[in-house]
Design a binder for this molecule. Structure first.
Ligand code: NAD
Length: 276
């Protein structure tokens, strides 16, 4: 399926976490391609102003940009999101599960916070796919699901274990989903894992080394165009080759029988630095 068959007027993109950062930039990109865009984020977030900005940046698409306030961590909102979007637009061709909640530290954090992180970063994705995928498969049009993961879900650096765990679960889920999709006869829908690098989002000041959200979205579009499943973004500090070495180092903790997270272990850190 050609990417150009999907990213064009008449197709519908739904983006979660659309009020900020990469999600907001993705909405600008999709609106720029003439797509109808459903922008999903928390009520009271920057959603309305983000939608106004997307509409202003592409006045020709302004009529096709709409907001759907939704708390992805609640079953009620998740249950009604599908009917609201389908009642309004009739279909979704591109589902971008991008919203995130970030929680610092790990084991000592109250379980409610662990659960909330899993609700937003993992379960909301599973629910959205279960809600929208049947319609995407039933229609005669191509479909794309982009789940937004993280390098932290692959290499598991210390510091934010809950975030890492949610993104690791999302990676495993998305891989399994793509396997199921490619095994289905006459498949129309593909799944992809977008793995951004360091990206300036929200109110953070832009630092040298980071990418801007628009760069990530351009990179994502190229990856989708090539049909890549893993869309592994570099940034201005970490190259793709370095990412590959870090991923291989982490995997070889198992094959070399090293302790986990050996990149950050006193006995292995110097050796790891030479490789990664
Ligand atoms: N920024 C980075 O450096 C970076 C690096 C790697 C991966 N990522 C991933 O990229 C994606 C986008 O990151 P970002 O930095 O652009 O995000 P961001 O923090 O700028 O925006 C996240 C959005 O998610 C929304 N959100 C949070 N909880 C929600 C809920 N319960 N219901 C609905 N919306 C909710 C927030 O309101 C916010 O608008 C995330 O999945 C993140 O894990 C980002």
């Amino acid at each position: 399926m050609a990417f150009s068959e999907l990213i064009k007027p008449g197709r519908v993109a739904l983006v979660t976490g659309a009020a900020s950062g990469i999600g907001r930039a993705a909405c600008r990109y999709f609106a720029g391609a003439g797509m109808t865009v459903a922008m999903v984020d928390l009520e009271g977030s920057e959603l309305a102003s983000a939608a106004a900005e997307v509409a202003e940046s592409h006045p020709e698409s302004a009529a096709h940009v709409e907001t759907f306030p939704c708390d992805l961590s609640t079953e009620e909102d998740m249950a009604s999101l599908h009917s609201k979007v389908i009642d309004r637009f009739g279909k979704v061709n591109l589902l971008m599960n991008n919203a995130v909640t970030r929680i610092g530290r790990g084991h000592e954090v109250p379980l409610d916070e662990w659960r909330h992180a899993m609700e937003v970063n993992f379960w909301a994705v599973v629910s959205a796919v279960r809600a929208f995928l049947p319609g995407m498969q039933a229609g005669g049009e191509p479909g794309i699901i982009v789940n937004v993961g993280s390098k932290q879900g692959i290499t598991n650096p210390p510091g934010h274990p809950i975030y890492n765990i949610t993104k690791s679960a999302l990676k495993a889920y998305t891989e399994a989903l793509e396997h199921e999709l490619r095994s289905s006869p006459g498949r129309k829908v593909r799944a992809h894992l977008l793995i951004p690098g360091w990206t300036t989002t929200g109110a953070k000041a832009h630092q040298p080394g980071a990418w801007l959200p628009d760069q990530v979205v351009e990179f994502m579009a190229e990856g989708l165009q090539h049909g890549d499943f893993y869309i592994l973004c570099p940034d201005d500090e970490v190259s793709t080759a370095q990412d590959h070495r870090r991923i291989l180092w982490g995997a070889s903790d198992i094959t070399e029988n090293r302790p986990p997270l050996s990149r950050w272990h006193a006995a292995f850190a110097d050796e790891a630095k030479k490789h990664c």
